[in-house]
Write a protein that binds this ligand. Structure first.
Ligand SMILES: Nc1ncnc2c1ncn2[C@@H]1O[C@H](COP(=O)(O)OP(=O)(O)O)[C@@H](O)[C@H]1O
Ligand SMILES: [Mg+2]
Length: 158
């Protein structure tokens, strides 16, 4: 499965799907989060971290580009690359070196597409015109490993 749509009706809903999604994500996996400001990328990350009971520690990485959450089992790297001018700046901060050290969640990751691993999951968040609490999540898998993850996620949601 290459693509899965999910309608989130509230911020808690986004937290909850992110937490369920996190179960399928392993060391070395890369998740790119796209969508306008306020669309829910950071909220989703908070839900993802809640799977590891790390949600209370979340802070926006806007000012330091990457926040690291290190546990005894897994490292989670939460990026916000909005303020990077280009891919070279991502290389300059050693961005690539994070990919195989843990799980990477990258807000605005489409801006550094050339530097991303070949395979990753992209989740786009779209605000609804009709209701300020609705978001349409389009979850796209690039590569076989992530297509399988999407199958499993779909089964879990059904
Ligand atoms: N369904 C929803 N999913 C996620 N966030 C929502 C939703 N409905 C309302 N919100 C609100 O929208 C805002 C999303 O902010 P944030 O996650 O920081 O966005 P981004 O990181 O994409 O800029 C939060 O204030 C959140 O409470
Ligand atoms: Mg954000």
């Amino acid at each position: 499965m290459k693509e899965l749509l999910y309608i989130s009706n509230s911020s808690d809903d986004t937290i909850s799907i992110a937490k369920r999604f996190a179960k399928f994500i392993k060391n070395g996996d890369c998740i790119v989060l796209t969508g306008d400001l306020g669309a829910g990328k950071t909220k989703f990350t908070e839900g993802f971290l809640s799977y590891y009971n790390l949600e209370d520690e979340i802070s926006s990485p806007t000012f330091n580009i990457v926040n690291e959450y290190l546990t005894s089992n897994i490292n989670i790297y939460h990026f916000d690359v909005y303020r990077l001018a280009d891919t070279d700046e991502f290389y300059a901060i050693g961005g690539e070196e994070y990919f195989d050290k843990g799980i990477c969640l990258i807000e605005w990751g489409e801006q550094i597409e050339d530097a991303l691993p070949i395979d990753y999951i992209k989740i786009n968040f779209e605000k609804s015109d009709e209701n300020e609490n609705i978001r349409i999540l389009k979850i796209e898998a690039k590569g076989k490993k992530y297509e399988e993850i999407l199958e499993n996620l779909k089964e879990d949601l059904d």
